[in-house]
Design a protein around this ligand. Sequence first.
Ligand SMILES: *Cc1c(COP(=O)(O)O)cnc(C)c1O
Length: 322
Amino acid sequence: MTTPLLPTYDDVQAAAKRLEGVAHHTPVMTSRTLNELWGAEVFFKCENLQRMGAFKFRGAFNALSKFSPEQRKAGVVTFSSGNHAQAIALSARILDIPATIIMPHDAPEAKANATEGYGGKVIRYDRYSEDREQIGRDLVERYGYTMIPPFDHPDVITGQGTAAKELFEEVGELDALFSPLGGGGLLSGTALSTRALSPNCALYGVEPEAGNDGQQSFEQGKIVHIPTPKTIADGAQTQALGQLTFAIIQRDVNAILTATDAQLVECMRFMAQRMKLVVEPTGCLGFAAASHMKEQLRGKRVGIVLSGGNVDIPHFCRLLGQ
Ligand SMILES: *Cc1c(COP(=O)(O)O)cnc(C)c1O
């Protein structure tokens, strides 16, 4: 197998230029209560307050901005459990590109509705029996669409990396940074910015405990595939890392950690109660793992990426009511 050409921090800087004036420069928030509790200085990068409610707008808009006139005319297709779908639909609407989204039948209602609301055409499939990539390939062949996958694409990775770039530019170097991990677009982009702007920062990717394919891959040095995991972290129900994301993660990340659904709910509660923030379960992965190792973080400067806030409110209430 040939080594794929990996994107670099220069590409993250170019992505940041394309996103200027389009993506929000999201706030970095802190909590005195938490800092006292942990004896640390903790900075939350609030991508739950990004346009369409998650960091995925960054990668999607960056990728679509690079389309040729022919690609723009034919349109974009993607598959996603939700946030990438909304990100592609919104970016496509802004850039006047037709968008088709292949979405699992059990994707949260709020995410499907929002995707259609942004003007995307939704095609449903069964995530436990059908191959979404095959469905995508068929559409590309038939209609000349360009496929923009949710994570394993250089322009998606470098777009996602702009969130950590903003974080370091705002707060300076950190001792540790925690980022959610699904297919690895966010973590690998974050890694490019981290190694450029805070080279000695320990960088951790955090997955749901029920689906630790990234941790297994990282430890075995090869991409491990797992069945679709059952977890409330629906943004991280991926079966495997990508070629590009795995190569960057293997090179630049310190360790992959996991969090249980119960820990995610506790973190959602803290975010809502103490910080007045609605964070979706997947968005709390980094916070959950950091909470678990707070003794080791004493006296340190810690960054945590809150990756998204798209959760059905009745579902949110049911989870917090437990
Ligand atoms: C997609 C997503 C993730 C995981 O990102 P990857 O790039 O697939 O690793 C984490 N949190 C939220 C809110 C997401 O939408």
